[in-house]
Design a protein around this ligand. Structure first.
Ligand code: ATP
Ligand code: MG
Length: 437
């Protein structure tokens, strides 16, 4: 026991764990060693320790120390202090950033320094502390392991190592309270369960089910960040299933969730899109959130657009565009999606009806629309689940690799563009008799 009445760490020596320095990025090692040599405590902490223990490749490295942010900055030329609520040091090595955080006290530890709102959510916690305080403010036991660069041992205060062995996701402290303090932890539970293949501990599962509605208190901008982490980490499909199972998806995307109930074909479409995203992420290809957002908006947009078409005189494309505009405005109240994603998303959705026309100039022009590629991919995916005719998918796939001459035939253009004055005259082929325009 230490002065706070909480247990001291179990220290796992280098010989008893599998984390080798080869798995730690060179930049992180530089930061760790320099802090250590300057007389500070210096640990890796959080996801990187957890992932390395499990045998996954950590994607980023977080350092925890008893040096203050200003002291960290004094040690590194390539260092910037960020954050207002609590200051963090970012040490940059080329494109890699090592985040260095000063130990902070737990939320319920020094009550006078922590402010809560009416539902128990923490709105201020910015007090420095020791490692034996820092550990209790972390979320899950598997995220609260510290790798000490001084002797390569792991410090485990909260039983994280045995929970990792048992593949259990356990919140530190009282699950109910920890979820109320920060409802985003519900989403983090799902994310880690999906990524690590862990079981969510029963008391955590219950706390989630009881507090679903608290998600509306989370700032919409923070939820967008979480949305990206949930769906762009390579485990989107599994994450989606868990979010649905727990009722969290309905909190994040209510309109989408309503359409999913009882519409197997839309569900298949969403799953296909998520699988596709996961494959791309795993293969190291780029993904844009706008595509998946388009998938989530699709069924609600189609429904609302159909109503609009009935009420007012407008084209299907216009109706889709207007409907997705209204729905994304509504969605912003939960998750604030930046315009740089909603605008192209709307274009991608409203282009869909245009794929049905395969004749004439306007159809040909679709190929050079700036949103063609995304809209085409979207259509292919709809085709995969039988919502777009296979013939159409084939047509739009083939025309992409055709020459201008071939396209004239494919799109059944009667007259070709007029030759420029003085330019080379091309031979004109007469349309076959009986062929319509
Ligand atoms: P990832 O692999 O996604 O990076 P991570 O565990 O490193 O997983 P981060 O969001 O990078 O997650 O956070 C780093 C660490 O900070 C976590 O491991 C955890 O100890 C702590 N932490 C992050 N968010 C919270 C939170 N909402 N509540 C409590 N502790 C948190
Ligand atoms: Mg991390």
């Amino acid at each position: 026991m230490n002065k706070s009445g909480k247990p001291g760490p179990q220290i796992i020596p280098r010989a008893a764990h599998n984390i080798s320095r080869d798995e730690i990025s060179k930049s992180a090692l530089k930061v760790l060693y320099r802090l250590h040599k300057s007389g500070y405590q210096s640990f890796l902490v959080g996801g990187c320790v957890r992932d390395a223990l499990i045998g996954l490749h950590p994607k980023d490295f977080d350092v925890a120390t008893n040096a203050t942010p200003e002291e960290v900055r004094a040690l590194f030329g390539n260092c910037r202090l960020i954050g207002r609520r609590f200051r963090l040091a970012h040490v940059r090595f080329g494109r890699e950033v090592i985040e260095v955080a000063t130990f902070r006290a737990a939320a319920n530890h020094r009550d006078d320094d922590v402010a809560h709102d009416d539902e128990g959510r923490i709105i201020r916690d910015n007090v420095y502390g020791g490692i034996d305080e820092d550990v209790w403010r972390r979320d899950f036991t598997c995220n609260a392991l510290y790798y000490n660069i001084a002797d390569f041992s792991i410090w485990d205060y909260a039983g994280g190592v045995s929970d990792i062995d048992a593949r259990r996701l356990v919140l530190i402290g009282d699950a109910e309270q920890r979820v109320r303090e920060d409802p985003v932890r519900m989403l983090r539970a799902i994310r880690f369960a999906a990524k690590l293949g862990f079981d969510i501990a029963p008391e955590v599962a219950e706390a989630i089910r009881r507090n679903l509605a608290l998600l509306v208190n989370v700032p919409a901008a923070r939820l967008f960040d979480e949305f990206l982490k949930l769906f762009q980490a390579g485990y989107a499909e599994r994450t989606f299933e868990l979010l649905r199972e727990y009722g969290l998806f309905a909190q994040m995307f209510p309109a989408t969730d309503r359409e999913l109930d009882g519409d197997e074909s839309y569900l298949a479409f969403v799953r296909a899109a998520l699988r596709n995203t996961d494959r791309r992420v795993t293969a190291g290809k780029s993904v844009t959130p706008m595509f998946l957002l388009g998938v989530f908006f699709w069924a609600p947009t189609v429904r609302l657009a159909a109503e609009k078409c009935e009420q007012e005189k407008m084209s299907e494309s216009q109706a889709l565009s207007l409907a997705s505009y209204e729905l994304s405005a509504e969605q912003q109240r939960r998750i604030s999606i930046p315009r740089r994603f909603t605008v192209p998303m709307r274009e991608m959705l409203s282009l869909q009806p245009r794929f049905r026309t395969t004749r004439g100039k306007r159809a040909l022009n679709l190929l050079s629309h700036r949103r063609f590629r995304a809209a085409y991919d979207f259509m292919v995916l709809l085709g995969e689940v039988g919502q777009v005719d296979g013939e159409l998918v084939r047509f739009w796939t083939e025309v992409q690799s055709q020459s201008a001459e071939q396209r004239t035939d494919s799109f059944q253009l009667q007259s070709k563009p007029k030759p420029r004055r003085g330019g080379r005259r091309r031979r004109r082929r007469r349309p076959k008799a009986g062929q319509d325009a």
